[in-house]
Structure formats: structure tokens, C-alpha cells
Design a protein around this ligand. Structure first.
Ligand code: A3P
Ligand code: MG
Ligand code: MG
Ligand code: MG
Length: 331
């Protein structure tokens, strides 16, 4: 069976370095550290800084590998102050960084992403959560011929135990296709394997969903919970940390239900999280039960919505979705 140990080592190092930058920025976040992109979504100096750190790291280790990453340096045209702050943050991680090296690294992320082997990166997933001082993730994955084969999902602010929100914080979920998911601390030491929970009773499931009602339909999730007989409140959490919660056995189900017709999920919002859950023994499909298709380019254009679970309760969730679809599917 193929292994990607060189890629794994480089990806872990890169995500740890970028997570440091993100935490540095988060701990003294101020108003000038973010702006609105053309699509009106927020982006911060840490999103750009994280992308620069990771893509320059990968460029050194694997110069021929293209990358599909969320951020685009073109959005920084004219934003002189923001650019300078990004460079300053990257220099705290890599003192040799220059304006040219930072912009070049960010722009390495603009591959269209269909053929062969490429990386996909969300330098900060859950930017809205990051700005609220809630959860966020640094999500990096390697795709070969449409298949996610390796991933490092950095969750720098995720408590080790969700019941103790102020306990030790930060972990990485590291996965390789057919080789499982491992949990590392933010210093790069392996802590344990990750396994989904062993709950077979849909009614006893903990469900997690997005904080943002514009990203996942909350009233539909509530209707599904009721069908399943779930009595407890769902956990609302930003970013791919929801996949981490399922992979670690903190939750049995992650629901992401479309809020508007035609929205196509981005590959960088799901590649790392999906592999983390599948390699921890879980299952990930779209809301109709189809596997997520990473061979379509930058978006999951063949899919709609996402369901991740511990495997055992998956079919019950798909059935509850099918039974509530007529009432809740946006059209
Ligand atoms: N209408 C929509 N439906 C689903 N996801 C959306 C969306 N608009 C934006 N998103 C994505 O939702 C991600 C955050 O997920 P969550 O809500 O689970 O924290 C965003 O990632 P970024 O924060 O990286 O931009 C963004 O790509
Ligand atoms: Mg994202
Ligand atoms: Mg992002
Ligand atoms: Mg974004």
C-alpha cells in the first residue's frame, strides 16, 4: 500500500508554522487586521499569512506540486497597509521572507485543480469564527487523481476535551488513505489515534453544525434531529473542527444543509476534514448519500450538502434528510 511519509512530514511542519502565525494574530486581533473580499466574505491578515507560510514550505519540499488554495493576492491590490501587516507576520515565522516571496507564495495557490496530483489549502477555514475568537481550522490535503490521499487538519483553538472548554487547546488530525487518522499536539508530537464513537442509536447522537445560518440550514437540521429522536441541542461550531469532532468521537453527526439553490461547496472546505473522518472509521457523503467527488475542480459540483458521521447512524440520517427534503430544500 502506498504511503506519503515525506509529504506527511512536510505538511505537519507547514501547518504547525501557519497555526503559530494564526494564533499570534488572533491573540491581539484589531480592527485593521481584516477586510471584506469582493464576494463580501471576510478575510484577515492571518488567512493570507497562513497561505504564504504553507505554500512557500510546500514549494521548497515539492517544487513541482501545484496547489488550489482559497486566497488570491489580487485581492490585496491597493491594500498597502494590510500587505505590510501580512509581511510582518510572515517574517515572525520566516525572517527571510520578503514582500516578493510572500506574494509569490500566495499566488502559488491558483491552480484550477482537476488533473494529476495537487494540494488543496484553506489557510483559515471559519474566518468568521476566527474573528469571533471561536473555532477555526488550517486545512491542508493532497489529492491524487481525484482522490484525497493525505491530510493535516490543524485545529489550533480546539480544546482537547469539549467538556472542558478551557482545557489544553490545539491539535492536528493527520490522515493517510487506508492508514488511519492520528492526533498530534501543536508541537508535532503524536498523542493517539483518532476513532469515531461507537454509538448505534441515532436518538443518542450528538449533532454538530455551522454557527452560521447562512452556511447550513439550522431549521432543517432541527427537523432532522426531531425525526431521529435526538433530544440534546446540537453543537454549533465554526470550521472543519466539526469533522475533527466526529473523527475524535465528540459527536456522531455533522450536518451541512444547503441554504440556497446552486451553492457549490469548495474542495478546500472539505478535503482534509473528510479524510480525517473516513480514516477514523466514519463515513462522509453528500445529503443524498453520494460520495464527495474531488475530481471536478475547485468545487464539489456533483454534490449538494454534506453529512459526516460515525458510520453506524449514517443511513438513518440520510433517510431523515430524504423525508424532510420536500419541506426544507431551498429552491
Ligand atoms: N452559502 C454557503 N453555504 C455553505 N458554505 C458556505 C457558504 N458561504 C460560504 N461558505 C463556506 O463556509 C465556510 C465556513 O464553514 P463553517 O460555517 O462550517 O464554519 C467558509 O470558509 P472560510 O471561512 O474559509 O471562508 C466558506 O467557504
Ligand atoms: Mg473554508
Ligand atoms: Mg478560509
Ligand atoms: Mg473565506
Amino acid at each position: 500500500m502506498k504511503i506519503w511519509n515525506n509529504e506527511k512530514a512536510a505538511a505537519i511542519e507547514a501547518v504547525i508554522a501557519a497555526s503559530k502565525l494564526c494564533e499570534n494574530v488572533r491573540q491581539r486581533l484589531n480592527a485593521g487586521d481584516h477586510k471584506e473580499k469582493e464576494d463580501r466574505s471576510p478575510v484577515t491578515i492571518a488567512d493570507y499569512g497562513s497561505q504564504a507560510v504553507i505554500l512557500s514550505h510546500l514549494a521548497k519540499a515539492f517544487p513541482n506540486d501545484p496547489a488550489v488554495a482559497e486566497e488570491d493576492a489580487a485581492e490585496l491590490t491597493g491594500a498597502t497597509d494590510l500587505r505590510q501587516r501580512i509581511i510582518t507576520e510572515v517574517q515572525t515565522i520566516d525572517p527571510d521572507a520578503t514582500e516578493h516571496s510572500v506574494i509569490t507564495a500566495i499566488d502559488r495557490g491558483n491552480y484550477g485543480g482537476i488533473e494529476g496530483r495537487f494540494w488543496t489549502l484553506d489557510p483559515i477555514d471559519g474566518t468568521k469564527g476566527f474573528l469571533r475568537q471561536d473555532q477555526y481550522a488550517v486545512a491542508l490535503a493532497l489529492i491524487e487523481n481525484g482522490e484525497v490521499v493525505l491530510s493535516v487538519l490543524g485545529c489550533p483553538a480546539l480544546p482537547h476535551n469539549l467538556d472542558l472548554p478551557h482545557g489544553g487547546a490545539g491539535c492536528l488530525l493527520v490522515s493517510q488513505l487506508h492508514h488511519g487518522t492520528e492526533i498530534y499536539d501543536m508541537q508535532g508530537h503524536m498523542l493517539s489515534g483518532a476513532v469515531v464513537d461507537d454509538n448505534f442509536n441515532p436518538a443518542l447522537s450528538t449533532i454538530c453544525e455551522s454557527v452560521e445560518s447562512g452556511h447550513s440550514k439550522h431549521d432543517w437540521a432541527a427537523a432532522i434531529a426531531e425525526k431521529l429522536g435526538v433530544k440534546t441541542q446540537s453543537i454549533r461550531m465554526d470550521s472543519q473542527c466539526k469533522y475533527a469532532a466526529v473523527a475524535r468521537g465528540d459527536a456522531s453527526i455533522y450536518l451541512r444543509l444547503p441554504t440556497r439553490p446552486g451553492y457549490q461547496e469548495k474542495i478546500w472546505d472539505h478535503a482534509a476534514g473528510m479524510l480525517a473522518v473516513v480514516e477514523a472509521g466514519g463515513r462522509v457523503t453528500d445529503m443524498n448519500g453520494a460520495p464527495l467527488d474531488f475530481a471536478k475542480g475547485q468545487t464539489l459540483s456533483a454534490n449538494s450538502g454534506v453529512v459526516a458521521s460515525n458510520l453506524h447512524v449514517h443511513d438513518a440520517v440520510l433517510q431523515a434528510i430524504a423525508e424532510t427534503k420536500n419541506e426544507y430544500l431551498p429552491r
